[in-house]
Each structure stands twice: as C-alpha cells, then as structure tokens.
Ligand binder design. Structure first.
Ligand SMILES: Nc1nc2c(ncn2[C@@H]2O[C@H](COP(=O)(O)OP(=O)(O)OP(=O)(O)O)[C@@H](O)[C@H]2O)c(=O)[nH]1
Ligand SMILES: [K+]
Ligand SMILES: [Mg+2]
Length: 367
C-alpha cells in the first residue's frame, strides 16, 4: 500500500470513530500516525525537491514576503497588478498563472514582496495540480494572504485552510509551549507547571513510541495544549507557524449586506480589484500584520533622512540594526544613541541588546 492509500485509510478511520472519552486515546495514536505519513509524503524522494521545485520559486526580495494563496480565478494576479509594477496575466479562465511571480509593494518606505501563485484546488496537498509547490512557497512567507471570492460558497476558506494544515502550515497560531528533550535512557518522563488537561504521560509515551522515541523528557508549560499540538512538536521541522490575512475579492458582485457580513469574519478584509475598492485599507492591514519597524539612522551632527527608513522585523534589537547596516558593524560597535519611544531619555546610550521601536532614530558610534 502506498502512502496516499495509508493516509486515506487513517482519515477514513478517524472519520468513522466517534469522539468520546473511551476513543480519545485511539484517536490520538491515529493522528500521530497520520502526521508521520504526511511527513513522509512531503519529504523529497531521492535528494532533490521539497522546495518550490525547478524554476518555480521566485528569489526573495524586499523587507518581507506576502504570498497570495487561493482557488483559481479569485483575482490573485489582478491584485498583484494593482499594487505592484509587475505584470502577471489575469484572465477569466482558471489556471492563468502557472508559476510564481514576484512584485514589490512599496509602503511606508518598506519594500514588501508580493508573490502571485497558481490557483490551488482541493487535494492540493496530496499532489493535485501545482498545490504542493504553491504551498511550499507560502511556507517561506511572512504573511499568507488568502484570496477568497466573495461570490463563492462559504466552504472555500475551510477547504484552503485544510490544505495548508495538512501540509504542516499553522495559521495565526504560535508554537505550542512543549519541549521534548531526547535522552539515552530513563524512558519517557512528562513534567508540567500545571497538569495538562488533554495529555498524560502514558499517552505521550505511546505516541512517541510510534515515532521510535523511547527515552525523552517532555516538559509541558501550558495546560491547554492538545494532542495535535504535541504531534506538531514531534514533527517540528515540518511545521511552520505563519500569519494569515483573509481577503474577499469581487465585492462589486455581491450585495452590500453580503459584503458587510464577510467583512465581519475574523481577520478579514474585503476588496474589489476591478472597482478599486478597499485596496488602500488592505495595504494598511498588510503593513500592520507584517509588524515591521522603520528606523532612521543618522550620523553624528547630521539630521536623519526621514524619507528613507531602514526596515527591520519586529522584536529587533540594536544588534539587528548593526547587521542590516553592515556585516562587520557589530565588531566596530561602541554604543548606540537612540531617540524615540524605545529611549528612556533622548538620546539614550544603548548596547547591542536594546530593543528598538518603530520610528526610532539610531546613531551607531563605532570604536
Ligand atoms: N467582478 C470582479 N471580477 C474580478 C475582480 N478582480 C478580478 N476579477 C476577474 O476575475 C478573473 C480572474 O482574475 P485573475 O486575476 O486572473 O485571477 P487569479 O486568481 O490570478 O487566477 P489564476 O491565476 O487562474 O489562479 C478575471 O477575469 C478578472 O478580471 C473584481 O474585483 N471583481
Ligand atoms: K484566472
Ligand atoms: Mg493568476
């Protein structure tokens, strides 16, 4: 039996097993197996592959990457054409786009790479269409923009989420607070700050056994972690936690009430590429979700150029600022002078570990 059949078999068994206290254990083991087979499916056979595939992936560019994921003909290419100078063919037939196309959206002095991708269809994760390559590109992005069609059914969002989910992408979720430390002897030990509600040591041990792990210390720091969370942590290298923004396009073709209803879904914005509606708000939301920081670097005695910020990721420190200026900057670094909301007084003299804030002014003093 091939892996796809094995996966189908487990999925069927999961579907017909009633969820209750008595079957909980069995379901957990099935889920563990399912994750293991899916991982095998995604692992490249014979060395090459695993990534976007030959000639498929576009090179990374700009300060952050947003990928456009959606069914065919929802308006992904139309959006790329609207917000960047790159042209990607848009037409009223499905699978117009056959490869990935990158463009740059300039916003608040930052360059955001927007990656247009072929449409994906149900069962993409199992190898239908270009699905697996598309999902592999989305894995490399800072934000997934899920493009949905306002005129289509309510299940489109769920189907796409399931496809991404089964390829190991977790949307708007952070890594579960569990650590697994492999050991040579001693069996499986589980420790926790307060006892987890959905896991116990016996359960954890039998799932690990299926992965041929017989000795490990498991530390659970969050009582709400689930069996699925635990399985994700075992398969850590294959799981990516990525932000997702849901965008309904073609609102020109639905009623005002429907448009209003869609806009109220969580983490959602609505737009019409055709009538140019909602595009400015969407750009602002993308900016907000990317959570980038603009810094103005200056030299001693000279005003910074406020028109040309340096862009770094959120949670950056002076160290990341140095790295962004020059590879060798850290070695010449004496201290930094900072004006702005991260500074206690202006300017504040700071070391490499000082966290910077959006719109800080930074002067690096070298040895
Ligand atoms: N009514 C309406 N039609 C739109 C809108 N945006 C795009 N379209 C139309 O939808 C069709 C598909 O647009 P594309 O941009 O090619 O869609 P896509 O998602 O890139 O499609 P694939 O590359 O085939 O997956 C085209 O005929 C567009 O003119 C919109 O806001 N409203
Ligand atoms: K199309
Ligand atoms: Mg397209």
């Amino acid at each position: 039996m091939g892996i796809i059949e094995k996966i189908a078999q487990i999925e069927q068994e999961l579907a017909r097993t009633q969820k209750n206290k008595a079957t909980e254990y069995h379901i957990g083991l099935l889920k563990g197996k399912l994750a293991r087979y899916r991982r095998e499916l995604l692992e490249p056979v014979g060395g090459s592959g695993g990534g976007g595939g030959q000639g498929f992936e576009v090179a990374k560019a700009g300060d952050a990457r947003v990928s456009l994921i959606g069914f065919p003909s929802v308006g992904k290419s139309s959006f790329l054409n609207k917000v960047t100078n790159t042209k990607s063919e848009a037409a009223n037939y499905e699978f117009t786009t056959l490869t990935s196309v990158g463009g740059i959206l300039e916003y608040n002095g930052a360059e955001v790479q927007i990656v247009d991708l072929p449409g994906i269809i149900k069962s993409a994760a199992k190898g239908k269409g270009r699905g697996r390559q598309v999902i592999a590109v989305s894995r490399t992005s800072d934000l997934i923009m899920m493009v949905l069609d306002a005129t289509k059914g309510a299940d489109q969002r769920q189907i796409l989420e399931n496809e991404l989910e089964s390829m190991g992408i977790r949307l708007n979720k952070s890594r579960p607070n569990i650590s697994i430390k492999m050991k040579k002897t001693g069996g499986i030990k589980m420790n926790s700050i307060s006892p987890p509600k959905y896991l116990d040591e016996k359960f954890v041990a039998s799932i690990l056994k299926d992965y041929k792990i017989h000795n490990a210390d498991v530390l659970v720091r969050d009582e709400n972690v689930t069996v699925d969370d635990f399985i994700d942590v075992i398969n850590e290298q294959h799981i990516s936690y990525i932000k997702c923004l849901y965008v309904y396009n073609k609102i020109d073709a639905v009623s005002l009430e429907e448009c209003d209803r869609l806009a109220r879904e969580p983490n959602t914005v609505v737009m019409s590429c055709e009538l140019d509606l909602g595009i400015a708000d969407l750009k602002e939301e993308i900016w907000r979700q990317l959570d980038l920081l603009r810094l103005y670097t200056k030299r001693r005695g000279i005003q910074p150029n406020f028109g040309d910020p340096m862009v770094v990721r959120s949670n950056s420190t002076v160290k990341e600022v140095c790295d962004a200026i020059h590879r060798d900057m850290k070695n010449q670094f004496k201290y930094a002078l900072i004006w702005g909301s991260s500074a206690k007084h202006s300017p504040q003299k700071c070391g490499l570990t000082h966290p910077v804030h959006d719109e800080d002014v930074v002067e690096i003093v070298t040895k």
